[in-house]
Design a protein around this ligand. Structure first.
Ligand code: ZN
Ligand code: ZN
Length: 152
């Protein structure tokens, strides 16, 4: 086999149409992955921020910069999902109400009742008297209204 024949064989190998299809499929797969990155970024940004503009902005960043954009997004994105923040705020609000003493539990049935309830809405137990003068809720054993000084 002389050198010329040898080079011809190599060239024939690389001009085989199978190569073309292989390269096309690799490009196709890369484009699919790229689109998946863009979609994932948009969806993730949407879950973490109320602003659609913000999500579109990051999707465009990933569209232009690809891997680099995705890495940038992962570094700069908000750390929490909106749903988690809302849920945590509700929980904090509930705890604060309990801590501030605006709510307590009914001595008869144990359900949560507001401190200004006159009777328990669940079991009808009398919780407070209302002042005969100003109508404010008073503890059952109070002899005088602390708001208007009227003797009960
Ligand atoms: Zn009750
Ligand atoms: Zn009063």
């Amino acid at each position: 086999m002389d050198l010329f024949e040898y080079i011809n064989k190599i060239l024939a190998f690389f001009t085989d149409p199978a190569w073309k299809y292989l390269i096309y499929s690799i490009i196709f797969i890369l484009i699919i992955i790229w689109l998946a990155f863009i979609y994932w970024t948009y969806r993730d940004a949407r879950l973490r921020s109320e602003s659609t503009v913000n999500a579109i902005f990051w999707a465009l960043v990933v569209l232009v910069l690809n891997f680099l954009g995705l890495i940038l997004y992962l570094i700069l994105r908000p750390p929490e999902f909106i749903d988690d923040i809302v849920e945590r705020d509700l929980e904090i609000e509930r705890m604060q109400l309990l801590l501030n003493g605006k709510q307590s539990s009914c001595p008869a049935c144990g359900n949560t009742v507001n401190d200004d309830f006159l009777i328990c809405p669940y079991c009808r137990k009398k919780l407070k008297n209302s002042c005969i003068n100003c109508g404010k809720p008073l503890n059952l054993n109070w002899k005088v209204c602390p708001y208007c000084k009227t003797t009960q």
